[in-house]
Design a protein around this ligand. Structure first.
Ligand SMILES: N[C@@H](CCC(=O)N[C@@H](CS)C(=O)NCC(=O)O)C(=O)O
Length: 227
């Protein structure tokens, strides 16, 4: 069976960087499922699979198409119940939604403040135009105006991970002794920051940096191999 994950890249196809796509990559590996990753340019997404989705990740599993990273994880757990679970039950699914909220409302805006111009510069010219227009509309400011606050965002970044740091006093992963999808949600955000800005902007001995390194080591270091 052909299993394809459409993800997102800039001019360099070997450096897919989307936080949501990294969640799906880690979820597929957690389930032990083989897949081919096809990184797309922003402007190629609506032309793929007959316009099945405006966003990636988009998973094609046989004749099934699933978009949205959380929906992909739910689908994988339901379709492959004999493989390691991504949620470990109803409580895990519900808690992962809270973690998704933390990632998207606290970490993602910070990453945008730090890396938005880096992301722009990674893209092909046609995508740069699309990215600038769509993001400036969304942010209500020019990319350069957002980037003017970059140093302050970098300084403020470690504090934003305080909830994760608190948790790590008690357990090595959000999932407990082993990672679950909730870990991959936060991991995806930091992997996005790492690939686009070249750093996670955390001290090497920060417990959150050590947790991130443990995630990079998973699945034979597949995420570490992309830098
Ligand atoms: N809620 C979705 C969000 C997906 C999303 O926003 N993906 C971005 C890439 S990180 C995208 O495809 N954007 C297309 C665009 O901006 O045109 C998920 O979790 O998968």
């Amino acid at each position: 069976m052909t299993r394809i994950l459409y993800s997102l890249c800039g001019a360099d196809r070997a450096r897919p960087f989307s936080p949501h796509c990294w969640k799906a990559v880690m979820a597929l590996s957690h389930k032990g499922l083989a897949f081919e990753e096809i990184p797309l340019a922003f402007t190629a997404i609506p032309k793929t699979e007959n316009g099945a989705s405006k966003t990636v990740p988009l998973l094609k599993d046989g004749d099934r198409l699933v978009s949205d990273s959380f929906a992909i994880a739910l689908y994988l757990d339901q379709a492959y119940p004999d493989q390691p679970s991504l949620f470990k039950g109803e409580g895990g699914r519900a808690t992962a939604r809270f973690v998704e909220g933390f990632a998207q409302t606290v970490i993602h805006p910070a990453v945008t403040g730090i890396a938005v111009l880096n992301i722009h510069d990674m893209l092909d010219p046609v995508d740069q135009d699309y990215f600038r227009v769509s993001r400036e509309k969304w942010l209500g400011r020019s990319l350069e105006e957002v980037t003017a606050g970059r140093d302050a965002q970098i300084e403020a970044f470690p504090k934003k991970l305080e909830p994760l740091r608190h948790m790590l006093k008690h357990q090595p992963f959000i999932g407990g002794d082993m990672p679950l999808f909730a870990d991959y949600i936060v991991f995806g955000a930091l992997q996005w920051l790492r690939i686009t800005s070249g750093s996670i902007h955390l001290a090497a001995d920060d417990p959150t940096a050590l947790w991130f390194a443990r995630c990079l080591d998973l699945f034979e270091g597949q995420a570490r191999a992309v830098a």
